[in-house]
Design a protein around this ligand. Structure first.
Ligand code: GLC
Length: 409
């Protein structure tokens, strides 16, 4: 048993970017990218009141969509805490809503049988002890202050204390997603990562911690998992020539945090293809939703979750517990595999028969998961030149996103 087993088995999780930035609704970087008067953004704390927040309903939707864990932004780069921090007043319990939304989420998702993870930002744009070129002062005014050693120590203590509270007051936490060490801090130990990690593992020995405590090219130590972003890698991720546990995070539209006018949602076929693509290279997909200021998922996100749920009902067995197949997928398809079963996902609707490389004589049965219909193997077709190890098959009524279950002898 490895501590990562639940994670590599789960394959699919829900990422939630939620904070004060849901009110202006221009994404979670609005504090850095848009023009705010001094103190104006911070005043949103007096407005945040997500009265429709219903984490049990979120958990139900996520679970139906095939997701097996959730990761919530407990604090993003704006420094605002979505939990009842003992160390700052800039927190959810000082809003009109006044409740600890993190605790509510943890309880609801756990009750639904999902694993629970926390995202926690390393950058704190509001703290004088943190300075970086990817911060509002530099992005907006080209300025970069230099924190005094005392200020930086203060920043580090706050980060440490926040994380320690999250690791000790919310029960068993399955995953911790630190974000991020910028390129300007490459080669540095700006966050005192070993001190942080020692504390995290002391309280949560089973927890999975991501790689973003270091600049991703630095290779300073082994992390529990690695985090490519908004892409599907073409091969299993390797660090120091060894395959590693990994998860791609991606957005349903073009932003992490709620963005009122971003309706550019990917079709469900792209989402299932991206998921299968990650699984086919032994990775996970963490799919993001940015809830709005009322505590609701945007409507198009709810639609996507329902569509995913429909797809999962038929095809979910191609995801959980699956990984890379050693066989080459046919034209227009992508494989995942679990033991003797290959799952063949259709990226396109085929023009006709499908030719499976390397599988001649190896197949016991083939069925189309959505219809449970058996798929015919064509053994005496004369027009094409097949390699001796290729098997021609004739799946009927295949749509994009369909999956064949190919059971090997
Ligand atoms: C990037 C973005 C950040 C987001 C994260 C998710 O680091 O800067 O806003 O939370 O990606 O992985």
């Amino acid at each position: 048993m490895l501590k990562s087993d639940w994670f590599t088995n789960a394959r699919f999780g829900l990422f939630l970017h939620w904070g004060l930035y849901a009110i202006p609704a221009k994404g979670e970087w609005t504090y850095a990218k848009d023009k705010w008067l001094p103190g104006e953004y911070e005043c949103l704390i007096h407005q945040f009141n997500p009265v429709d927040y219903d984490p049990a309903e979120w958990a139900r939707m996520a679970k139906a969509a095939g997701m097996r864990y959730v990761v919530l932004t407990t604090r993003h780069h704006d420094g605002f805490c979505m939990f009842d921090s003992h160390y700052t007043d800039y927190k959810i319990t000082n809003t009109p809503y006044a409740k600890d939304v993190t605790r509510m989420l943890v309880e609801a998702f756990r009750a639904a049988g999902l694993k629970v993870g926390f995202y926690h930002s390393l950058p704190d744009w509001t703290h004088p002890g943190y300075a970086d070129r990817e911060s509002p002062e530099f992005i907006q005014r080209g300025e970069l202050h230099t924190p005094t050693p005392e200020q930086h120590r203060d920043y580090l203590n706050l980060l440490y204390n926040h994380v320690e509270q999250l690791m000790t007051e919310y029960g068993k936490i399955d995953l911790l997603f630190f974000d991020y060490c910028s390129q300007y801090k490459a080669g540095e130990d700006y966050f005192e990562r070993d001190r942080l990690l020692e504390m995290v593992y002391r309280h949560q020995p089973e927890i999975m911690v991501d790689d973003r405590l270091a600049y991703y090219k630095d290779n300073v130590r082994d992390f529990d998992y690695y985090t490519p972003e908004i892409c599907v890698p073409n091969q299993p991720q390797m660090v120091k020539n060894k395959p590693v546990v990994w998860e791609t995070c991606a957005t349903m539209n073009d932003h992490w945090g709620y963005f009122r006018t971003d309706f550019n949602y990917k079709p469900v076929e792209s989402l299932t293809a991206g998921l299968i693509g990650c699984v086919s290279q032994n990775g996970n997909l963490l799919l993001n939703i940015g809830p709005d200021e009322c505590g609701c998922f945007p409507k198009p996100a709810v639609t996507r979750l329902k569509e995913l749920a429909d797809w999962f009902l038929d095809n979910g067995e191609a995801v959980a517990g699956c990984g890379k197949s050693k066989f080459q997928a046919p034209f227009g398809c992508c494989y995942t595999q679990k033991g003797k079963v290959i799952y063949c996902y259709f990226l396109i609707q085929p023009i006709g028969d499908v030719i499976l490389p390397q599988l001649k004589g190896k197949i016991e049965t083939i069925t189309l998961l959505r219809t449970h219909e058996a798929v015919e193997m064509i053994n005496n077709w004369g027009f094409e030149l097949l390699n001796a190890d290729e098997q021609r098959i004739r799946p009927e009524n295949v749509r994009v996103g369909d999956v064949l279950k190919i059971t090997l002898k």
